[in-house]
Design a protein around this ligand. Structure first.
Ligand SMILES: [Ca+2]
Ligand SMILES: [Ca+2]
Length: 435
């Protein structure tokens, strides 16, 4: 039993998108009398908050806004009784009108900071020409850019809807990014081989093919979320007797932050044992980027089969229900990443064309820069010539002066190399003469 999460809070939490759990971290700890050691509690809360990085580029802003909102007793109460609908249709945002003045002032300040952070970020990106207009506007989706000074209900609404949408797209984007990574890898492999002489190329081709084969040879991977997979974790990671496998105990053991649900990180941690069968960081042929993609696929598979209310969290109830399904004890064989091609040849061609376009653009930019540099060099040369002319003129003038002075008194003191010496020295001999 743990003090921080009464049963009532669980039900509420399970109605909400995963990131909104953030909202409940401190309220849950706050609102319940703490019956154990404070230090332990604090530690747990800290660990929990660290784990909750949403991965959004405005994660910090999101957190700070929530933190400030929680300091308002009225809003905190509304938060605890709100459901997903209230949040999604903006009813919760309307409550912002009722929060205290100092809370509003702090929110205004947070927004101004965020706007100025974004401005700086955009400026850096624009300077390096990495950005087009559309993606520029997208950077402001989580706040109302027309009003840059105060935080209004619209800002909270935009923050909530953008974060929800972005997190839903987050996995899709990770897959897309991974695919591009794989295409780039293949592109580089082909370019590398192209640059070799025939004999060497054939040898390398063979070597690379053998590495690929070597990677494919690994023990069978259990389907994620199946009894075989969980039992292995139970036995090898938890060090428990396989004959005593118990789903409820298993769930409690792996709900490491004890909030009553398995979140994405807790689920992903369950797959390490399986992934180690396929990926070893010491092996040249095992790509750790691929391991993380495999981990993501495994988590998505479990969420798809187990998460009934679609909040991206697995409750104990959902977990126990999944153990009654046929797939739990008799799952379909798990196909690892290397079983199917990740992209078609056509996609690769398109990707390579894109790469070439980008390269061309870079070349053009480099050419412009080179020309500018050339121009500067020319200008520098002209200046240098001018300077020399000027120095020559000065030298001639001073020589003429020297000759004139020589003709005058014939005693002008000169430096060790015969150069002219200036005022203080020319006066010295006179001063000494007075002594
Ligand atoms: Ca948990
Ligand atoms: Ca769920």
């Amino acid at each position: 039993p743990h003090a921080a999460s009464p049963a009532g809070t669980h039900q509420l939490m399970n109605l909400k998108p995963a990131w909104l759990l953030l909202l409940f971290i401190s309220t849950a700890v706050w609102s319940v009398p703490i019956d154990r050691n404070d230090a332990e509690q604090d530690q747990k809360q800290e660990a929990q908050e660290e784990n909750m990085d949403t991965g959004l580029y405005y994660d910090r802003y999101l957190r700070e806004v929530i933190e400030v909102l929680e300091t308002d007793p009225h809003f905190r109460e509304k938060l605890q009784t709100a459901n997903t609908e209230d949040i999604k249709n903006g009813r919760l945002s309307k409550e912002l009108d009722l929060v205290g003045h100092h809370v509003r002032t702090r929110l205004d300040e947070l927004k101004r900071q965020e706007v100025s952070r974004l401005r700086m970020l955009l400026k850096a990106k624009l300077d390096s020409l990495q950005m087009d207009h559309a993606s520029l506007l997208k950077q402001f989706e989580h706040l109302d850019p027309h009003n840059q000074n105060t935080f209004e209900a619209k800002d909270l609404e935009l923050l909530i809807s953008t974060a929800t949408k972005d997190l839903e797209n987050y996995d899709a984007e990770r897959h897309e990014e991974f695919k591009r990574y794989e295409m780039l890898k293949e592109h580089e492999r082909r370019e590398y081989l192209k640059g070799l002489e025939q004999e060497k190329r054939e040898k390398e081709e063979k070597r690379l093919q053998e590495l690929k084969e070597k990677h494919r040879q690994h023990p069978k991977v259990n389907a994620p979320g199946s009894v075989a997979q969980l039992r292995e974790v139970w036995e090898e990671t938890d060090g428990l007797d396989p004959k005593e496998f118990n789903p409820k105990t298993f769930f409690k053991l792996h709900d490491t932050n004890e909030d009553g649900v398995l979140d994405e990180q807790e689920l992903e941690a369950l797959f390490t044992k399986e992934l180690e069968k396929v990926y070893d960081p010491k092996n040249e042929e095992d790509d750790m980027m691929e391991m993380e993609e495999e981990r993501l696929r495994m988590r998505e598979h479990v969420i798809k089969n187990v998460d009934l209310n679609k909040d991206r969290l697995v409750s104990l109830e959902e977990f126990l229900k999944s153990t009654e399904k046929k797939e739990f004890s008799n799952p379909k064989e798990w196909e690892t990443l290397d079983a199917k091609p990740l992209y078609t040849e056509e996609e690769l061609q398109r990707f390579e064309a894109e790469l070439r376009d980008k390269e061309e653009e870079l070349k053009r930019k480099a050419e412009t820069l080179r020309q500018e540099q050339e121009l500067l060099k020319e200008r520098g040369k002209a200046l240098e010539a001018q300077k020399r002319e000027y120095q020559q003129a000065v030298l001639e003038m001073s020589q003429r002066q020297k000759e004139q002075q020589k003709a005058g008194n014939g005693q002008l003191p000169a430096g060790p190399n015969g150069q002219l010496q200036f005022q203080p020295q020319t006066h010295k001999p006179e001063g000494e003469a007075h002594r």
